[in-house]
Design a protein around this ligand. Structure first.
Ligand code: FMN
Length: 749
């Protein structure tokens, strides 16, 4: 007996070809007739004629075997009606073909006003309330791409109970509570589930308590233990006792809302979010992942329409900022989330991880299938039939920020694995320990920017949140690291006890004295904690890689820039020490350029100075890997090393000036730009400069300058290649030829 399960649906956008797919689960097919011999799932993708849905579907992709074509004919005969037919050989189940866009993909609505709430229907009983902002693009490093953000909450309506998953930041409180009242019967709201909680969300929580004040029963809050502690420390205790009942969730607990919505909790702590928790709903196959798989971007219709092309860089940027510094813990978290895109049935069993090689085929299949945008409520039914046992079959990832991930689900999950593995490899080679505590997030933001700078220079990071780590863990990290930074807020004239204890561990570690270190912290007015850490490390004979960073309350953009550059300086010191070690142990030949390197060194471009500014943060670099890339509109490419300070200022949408230096006139600028700089130091020194209208720096002695906007970035080994459109420019000296940088080897500039 062979069984065939088929899913049919029209693609959503009117401009799209009308497509349906046929996915075959088959146990006993003759292997010679199968496209993918070793896998249980086979794909047939067809396209209907635009004019008539009854005309013959055209095959887009299939094994082209008789077996498939026969199945296809049978499917066509059962056509546009819902139902199943049996003929002894096959069991065909087909949905009716929708004639309009599926209801769960509403058209994109423009942002009406800052902080408005977009309501997105995901399934019949799950909606998302998304607070949208274009403003929240400053002062926090993960907003670097400047695409705004969304803060997403989710309402899951079970047969007996309704649960609200996550509560938004204070910026969205008022609009959120108003929208919540119109989208749900608050009397039925039994549970609030917090995948993460921070003091910035108290206002929304208190507002919710007020909105529920009239009813007798308190709201039941489900969250992790660290979130419960945080709640108790920031929400007034009388309010907490009167209006809420807190249940601390343990690993693998669940909560039944009725109608199959038996929510499963998966604890996913990281040093950045010790209270992290994911929630899986088997009824809809939605997973609510809070910060994981988030992106800061507000455009679109709430889903990831446009897929990787549209959002890939946003996801990557968020990951780089927030998760790459905690790669080890991120790896452990991914192990706990064996997500399988709904349509790709895995051949393996077990909850532990996903083998990338095994998922390659599934990746291809599911990415084609997910593009078809079958409404989630319908597609769950089919993937249940072909369900893979104990993996989490997932129709969509519902994160705290940015789009609900549907089309790129497999890619995103897979890339998270790839990025994490790459970071773990860096951790193996050399790491810097980032040890800190932060009550209100300001020191954490500094730690994050420092980590970003370390990561850019290709060095691994071990993030230690002193509040949730044991001192044994601190000691182990200190033994293994090649450099470290310590950060603390000042509270009541002191450093918090966990930082004090961690400092004690560091001071006792004799090996740590030879490792480059740094101190940072946020303060209000006196900053005793930072002074004390600095003094005690100085007294202990530790060597500082950068001047201590003192930040008053919330960091500004230029403070974050200083943090990032300081992190890069520290990482470069660590790498230099490692290189020294390596070369002293291997033969001197390795320093001589190979023939290939010498040949690569003959590739030349104009010698230029790139200058970029963003708010009060400014930087510049000497650049010679520059090339014209387009006539109309005029465009150029330029390679920027990942660890370069200016790199964070030339993200997509960012502007820069390319100053082209002249032959025989480049010495002063080269000398100035090649100097070592302190973090945040002015790069131009005494060079005569002037400004463009947007504030970018022009070198008066350059023979030409171009003001450009970055439109694309491509990752290429240790550099980013930027493609930038030229907005304006001027030839300042028409007699001098362009300077070029002749190199002896392609292994260095
Ligand atoms: C209860 C409390 C006590 C504080 N005491 C001090 C202090 O003695 N000296 C000081 O410079 N700042 C003090 N501050 C300000 C904090 O250091 C400042 O808010 C800092 O940004 C907190 O950093 P964090 O967000 O990393 O916790 C205090 C803040 C609070 C809330």
């Amino acid at each position: 007996m062979q069984s065939v399960v088929a899913h049919c649906s029209l693609a959503t956008a009117a401009a799209n070809p009308r497509c349906f797919s046929l996915s075959l689960a088959q146990q006993q097919a003759p292997p010679s007739q199968l496209l993918l011999r070793n896998h249980q799932h086979h794909l047939l993708l067809c396209q209907c004629d635009e004019a008539s849905s009854s005309s013959s579907p055209r095959l887009l992709a299939s094994s082209a075997s008789p077996f498939f074509l026969q199945s296809h004919d049978r499917l066509r005969s059962s056509g546009e009606t819902t139902g199943s037919t049996r003929d002894g050989q096959f069991c065909i189940v087909a949905t009716s073909i929708a004639t309009s866009a599926p209801p769960d993909l509403p058209p994109s609505a423009p942002l009406k006003q800052e902080g408005d709430i977009r309501v997105v229907k995901i399934t019949d009983d799950t909606i998302s309330l998304q607070g949208r902002s274009l403003e929240r693009l400053k002062y926090e490093i993960e907003y670097g791409l400047k695409r705004g953000t969304t803060d997403n909450s989710y309402l899951v309506k079970g047969q007996t109970h309704t649960a609200l998953i996550d509560i938004p930041d204070q910026a969205f409180s008022k609009a959120f509570l108003e929208t919540l009242a119109t989208t749900t019967d608050l009397k039925r709201l039994t549970y609030l589930i917090l995948g993460h909680f921070s003091p910035k969300r108290v206002e929304s929580l208190v507002g919710l308590a007020d909105a529920l004040a009239e009813r007798d029963e308190p709201l039941q809050v489900y969250c992790s233990n660290p979130a419960a502690q945080q709640l108790k420390s920031v929400v007034p205790s009388d309010l907490l006792e009167k209006r809420f009942i807190i249940t601390v969730v343990k690993a693998d607990d669940n909560l039944d809302l009725g109608g199959g919505h038996k929510l499963q909790f998966i604890l996913t702590p990281t040093p950045r979010w010790p209270d992290g928790m994911c929630i899986y709903d088997p009824a809809t196959q939605l997973i609510f992942t809070n910060k994981l798989f988030s992106a800061h971007v507000s455009a679109g219709n709430g889903f990831d329409l446009g897929g990787w092309d549209e959002y890939g860089e946003d996801w990557r940027f968020f990951y780089d900022c927030m998760l790459s510094p905690v790669a080890k813990q991120a790896d452990a978290v991914l192990d706990k989330l064996p997500l399988i895109a709904q349509f790709s049935t895995p051949t393996y069993q077990g909850k532990r991880g996903i083998d990338v090689i095994k998922t390659d085929v599934k990746f291809l299949l599911s990415s084609i299938l997910s593009k078809l945008n079958i409404p989630i409520s319908k597609s769950v039914r089919f993937s249940e039939i072909t369900g893979p046992g104990d993996a989490l079959v997932t129709a969509a990832i519902c994160p705290l920020h940015g789009p609900i991930v549907r089309s790129s689900l497999t890619e995103l999950f897979r890339e998270y694995r790839v990025w994490t593995q790459a970071k773990l490899k860096q951790v193996e080679e050399a790491t810097v320990a980032v040890i800190y505590a932060s009550a209100y997030g300001n020191t954490a933001a500094l730690a994050q920017a420092i980590s970003q700078g370390i990561s850019k220079a290709g060095v691994g990071i071990e993030t230690v949140n002193a509040e949730v780590c044991t001192m044994e863990e601190v000691a182990a990290v200190m033994k293994q690291c090649s450099g470290f930074v310590v950060g603390s807020p000042t509270l009541g004239g002191n450093m918090p006890t966990p930082v004090k204890e961690a400092l004690g561990v560091i001071l006792k570690d004799d090996d740590a004295r030879s490792k480059p270190c740094g101190v940072f912290g946020s303060l209000g007015w006196s900053g005793e904690a930072i002074d004390e850490i600095e003094q005690r490390l100085k007294d202990g004979g530790f060597s500082f890689a950068f001047p201590t960073i003192r930040c008053t309350f919330k960091p500004t953009q230029s403070t974050l820039q200083i943090c990032e550059e300081s992190g890069t300086d520290l990482a470069q010191a660590v790498r230099k020490a490692k290189r020294k070690q390596k070369y002293s142990s291997s033969d001197a030949q390795s320093l001589v350029a190979t023939n290939v390197e010498q040949a690569v060194g003959r590739v030349v471009g104009a010698l230029c100075v790139l200058s970029a500014k963003d708010g009060d943060a400014e930087s510049a670099m000497l650049a010679s890997w520059v090339s014209q890339a387009s006539f109309v509109p005029p465009g150029i490419t330029i390679a920027v090393a990942k660890e370069r300070a200016v790199e964070g200022l030339v993200l997509v949408g960012g502007k820069f000036v390319l100053n082209v230096l002249g032959q025989g006139k480049s010495a002063a600028a080269s000398k100035q730009l090649l100097k070592p700089f302190k973090p945040g130091e002015n790069r131009f020194g005494e060079l005569p400069t002037k400004q463009t209208e947007s504030g970018n720096t022009i070198l008066v002695d350059a023979i030409a300058w171009l003001e450009c906007t970055v439109t694309k970035r491509m990752e290429t080994g240790d550099h980013w290649v930027l493609y930038a459109a030229v907005d304006s420019g001027k030839l300042q000296d028409d007699r001098t030829l362009t300077a070029v940088h002749q190199r002896k080897t392609g292994a260095r500039y």
